[in-house]
Ligand binder design. Structure first.
Ligand code: ADP
Ligand code: ZN
Ligand code: MG
Length: 492
């Protein structure tokens, strides 16, 4: 197998630049309900195959689905957080196709009347903000999972685990608003963050609770009409999404440049070969013979219910980011990192609430805590917000120096002891008395007539030099504020 398709080989950048990519994403998120969408079976991941099944999700004749209200509520939460209009009336529909993972021979989904339409989310790429439209958000059931490996007869047989069948999903379809793989990456990142903030899904890509199909086409720059699109499946990581799009864009340009045309089809991302492979030419939607689901009532969302769900939405990432930047005086970048997850954002605010100043709390969390710990270790660490706040305050008030503070921090992580305890037990407090500081300062000033002259001539920068020398002479154990005060007095 060649590493890259011939069409994609060696496209000059100026050839690529003649075309504009157009990208739209279809994202499935698994809703965090305890039970399935139309029966009471558990949605737990990782249970032995075919243990969470019943006549309803196995599609046995004579059974009737009953909609899980919690799933509707979760989808509504997602829709409202994505600025969609949630419709008072929506309807389930049957999407008919034959595949072993679909025991009924159809999937219950929503088609003509989806739960929600017309939303957007904002992404930021290269410093520029952009709104990506969301066409629709609907509810549907997941299919079963085909298992091709791990069984004694896997070489000749496929196995099916129906545990996943009937798991509630929301499909979120974007407008074809993205123009680069980076924008697609940013969209999926923002979408995932909103789903996590709202608790709608755990968005675990490895477990399949976040899945993304990418639609992509190219058109000559300046053209009004979109080009023919291809749908790329099997994008099970953010990185693959970006790589597959880049590959596919180059393939399209290669085909068009050599006088060919793009076939509308579904392709599969083959990570091992770093290329997309044709799966099937695209079925037209009518091939699914959609029709309204006769076994379920239309979904009715009252204004009261919608309002109730809206009221329970948490502060969303964008709003939190802006509030952090403006009310704690931290940089937009720091605000962005601190709001990556709700856990981290809440942790930061708990440190501040325990009495530490915002800006220095942010610094300690971003450089020390996150610098030393991976995300997982952060979640497992026993650094209570109040404990970190105490340390920050010890440093801020000059009771210990910043350098000592970092050592205390490391000891806290290892031992779980409090900052005050460690400082007292190890005699780390800024114990150099004022007279000792003054003596050190006098000696240094006497040794540095040239720098003293510079200072007297108005060179303020030299002051820092003197502070540094005194701190060094006192082995970093002096209270920096005291050093500053004493030097100002002596140099005046
Ligand atoms: P289909 O009928 O094939 O499902 P849709 O119009 O429903 O197509 O769109 C499916 C997805 O493809 C949406 O996310 C949409 O934004 C995107 N899309 C539609 N047309 C194009 C195009 N020409 N290029 C790239 N993406 C597109
Ligand atoms: Zn069931
Ligand atoms: Mg469609």
């Amino acid at each position: 197998m060649p590493k890259s398709t011939p069409e994609a080989a060696s496209l000059a950048p100026d050839v690529l630049a003649k075309y504009e990519p157009v990208i739209g994403l279809e994202v499935h998120v698994q809703l965090l309900t305890r039970t399935k969408i139309f029966c009471g079976c558990s949605t737990r991941f990782g249970d032995p195959p075919n243990t969470n099944v019943c006549p309803v999700c196995l599609g046995l004749p004579g059974t009737l689905p009953v909609v899980n209200k919690r799933a509707v509520e979760m989808a509504m939460r997602a829709a409202l957080a994505l600025n969609c209009t949630v419709h008072e009336h929506s309807r389930f529909a049957r999407k008919n196709y034959f595949y072993p993972d679909l025991p009924k021979g159809y999937q219950i989904s929503q088609y003509e009347l989806p739960l929600a339409t017309g939303g957007w989310l904002e992404v930021e790429v290269g410093g520029a903000k952009k709104r990506i439209g969301i066409t629709r958000l609907h509810l549907e059931e997941d299919a079963a999972k085909n298992l091709h490996e791990g069984f004694s007869q896997s070489a000749t047989k496929a196995y099916i685990d129906y545990n996943r069948c009937g798991t509630p999903l929301s499909e979120i379809v974007s407008e074809p608003d993205m123009r680069t793989p980076e924008e697609a990456y940013a969209y999926l990142t923002a979408l995932r963050q909103i789903m996590l903030y709202t608790g709608v899904s755990d968005c675990n890509m490895e477990e399949g609770s976040l899945r993304c199909d990418a639609n992509v086409s190219v058109r000559p720059r300046g053209a009004k009409e979109f080009g023919t699109k291809v749908e790329v499946k099997n994008l099970n990581s953010f990185r693959y999404l970006q790589k597959a799009l880049q590959h596919e864009i180059e393939r399209h340009v290669g085909v068009l440049e050599s006088g060919g045309s793009i076939l509308q089809e579904t392709r599969h991302w083959n990570q091992a070969e770093s290329r997309t492979v044709s799966m099937r030419s695209k079925e037209k939607a009518h091939d699914y013979r959609y029709f309204p689901e006769p076994d379920l009532l239309p979904v009715h969302v009252s204004a009261a219910w919608r309002g109730e769900v809206r009221r329970t939405l948490p502060e969303l990432p964008d709003a939190k980011r802006e509030r952090f930047a403006s009310s704690y005086g931290i940089t937009p970048y720091d605000a962005e990192v601190l709001t990556t997850s709700r856990t981290l954002a809440d942790y930061f605010e708990a440190v501040v609430a325990a009495g530490a100043p915002g800006k220095s709390s942010a610094n300690w969390i971003l450089t020390e805590l996150l610098g030393r710990l991976s995300d997982r270790a952060f979640a497992d660490s026993h650094m209570e917000p109040a404990a970190l706040a105490e340390l920050v305050q010890l440093v801020e008030s000059g009771k210990i120096t910043g350098t000592i503070g970092k050592k205390v921090f490391a000891t806290m992580l290892d031992s779980g002891r409090s900052a005050a305890e460690i400082v007292a037990a190890e005699g780390l407090g800024a114990q150099v008395g004022d007279s000792a500081i003054e003596q050190a300062a006098r000696e240094i000033i006497a040794k540095e007539p040239a720098n003293l002259a510079k200072y007297k001539a108005g060179n303020q920068g030299v002051f820092k030099f003197f502070v540094g020398q005194v701190m060094k002479a006192t082995r970093g154990q002096a209270n920096p504020q005291a050093v500053n005060d004493i030097l100002r007095k002596l140099l005046a």
